[in-house]
Design a protein around this ligand. Structure first.
Ligand SMILES: *Cc1c(COP(=O)(O)O)cnc(C)c1O
Length: 374
């Protein structure tokens, strides 16, 4: 099996059988011709059930994550929604108390009328997690590092606890990609990705995926719900995502290196109350992160002295960072997180979240220096 860098460098480079084109074109087609005996000679029938470009991306993600199969969706949230639809009625699930807010919204609002309940629990506290299980707990949702507090959950311990309670473990791998963390090796059953972020990496594709450790009945139900409802990734987005994946390794390495430098810089800054990044030795998740991650990632958050107004002032002054939500692109982003999350958000008002891009590290540090001096 080639190493991840090699798999990535060749993602989507499968010569087109009709022309020999090294990078196959995106198959922008909805339907496929039947042979005279009524069969489908190439296995494809209709775009909702299958598309060759989407299949190439699913194969690349399966190999990269080390799974048994993958389904690519129209967005990360379409993937999350399909997982929730696949759960049996009267299911209880465990959710981190610090989780991508879209997931919490999906469970409490969209699935509010459904027979689905969730308990929010601090997943850095294994005792609290142990106590939160119920006989009907079927799914444990983990995000590590978490958004936006960068809390770290021990994946080995969580897999043991989840399986001892006959539940499934899903890990949201969006912030790490398998380059930094491979949840299936720690016992996870499913990995969710927002392809929108690091995997495609250029802030121009919306997509999601579920990778499964095995072709289980639950995973097949996810597949069949997708086929029935159609929240599929379109072929052009799949093609762009493959193009992005080919450069993921050097992008993410540089992003991780710059983020470690920026975390250390902010940690020393007099106007910064606290920096949340697991590369810092005082971070409560440092040891677990050092054990289960290959690097600490390209996302960090920090809290400015002076609360909301001070944080807004810093965000207003940046020249190189762009003020926007999302993450994982080539351009660095700064975001006042509490004001994009719903009213019940527990994100501190003085918190700014950074997604570190590919600019020169000195330009990023100069920009933060002048913004914090304002
Ligand atoms: C962005 C994001 C999602 C949602 O993905 P979309 O592609 O925006 O639907 C889910 N989880 C995490 C951690 C994310 O950052």
């Amino acid at each position: 099996m080639p190493r991840p860098e090699t798999l990535l460098a060749h993602a989507g480079c499968r010569p087109d059988p009709a022309t020999g084109a090294l990078v196959s074109p995106p198959y922008l087609t909805t339907t496929y011709e039947r042979a005279s005996d009524g069969s489908y000679p190439h296995g494809y029938q209709y775009a909702r059930t299958g598309n060759p470009t989407r299949a190439q991306l699913e194969e690349a993600l399966t190999a990269f994550e080390g799974g048994a199969g993958c389904v690519a969706f129209a967005s990360g949230m379409a993937a999350a929604m399909t997982v929730l639809h696949a759960l049996p009625a009267d299911t209880h699930m465990l959710l981190p108390d610090n989780v991508y807010y879209g997931v919490r919204h999906l469970i409490t609002e969209t699935f509010g009328p459904y027979p689905l309940s969730a308990t929010s629990v601090d997943m850095t506290n294994l005792e609290a997690v142990t106590e939160a299980f119920r006989p009907t707990t079927r799914l444990v949702w983990v995000e590590t590092p978490s958004n936006p507090m960068l809390r770290i959950t021990d994946l080995d311990a969580m897999a043991d606890l989840t399986h001892a309670n006959n539940a499934l473990l899903l890990v949201d791998g969006t912030w790490t990609t398998p380059l930094l963390q491979r949840p299936l090796e720690h016992g996870a059953d499913l990995v969710l990705h927002s392809i929108t972020k690091y995997l495609s990496g250029h802030s121009d594709v919306l997509g999601g995926a579920i990778v499964a450790a095995e072709e289980s009945a639950f995973f097949n139900r996810i597949r069949s719900i997708q086929e029935a409802g159609g929240p599929v990734l379109d072929p052009f987005s799949a093609w762009l995502a493959l193009r992005g994946m080919r450069t993921l390794a050097p992008r993410l390495r540089q992003q991780c290196a710059s983020t470690r430098r920026i975390a250390a810089f902010l940690d020393e800054h007099e106007r910064v109350a606290v920096v949340h990044h697991p590369s810092l030795a005082h971070h409560p998740g440092y040891e677990v992160a050092a054990r289960q991650m290959d690097d600490f990632g390209g996302m960090l958050s920090f809290e400015v002295d002076g609360g909301r107004d001070a944080a807004m002032d810093v965000a207003a002054e940046v020249q190189v960072f762009r003020r926007a939500t999302s993450l994982g692109g080539t351009e660095s982003l700064i975001e006042h997180r509490a004001s994009i999350e719903p009213d019940d958000s527990s994100t501190p008002e003085g918190l700014l979240r950074l997604s570190i891009g590919l600019e020169h590290i000195d330009d990023l540090i100069d920009d933060l220096t002048q913004a914090l001096a304002s």
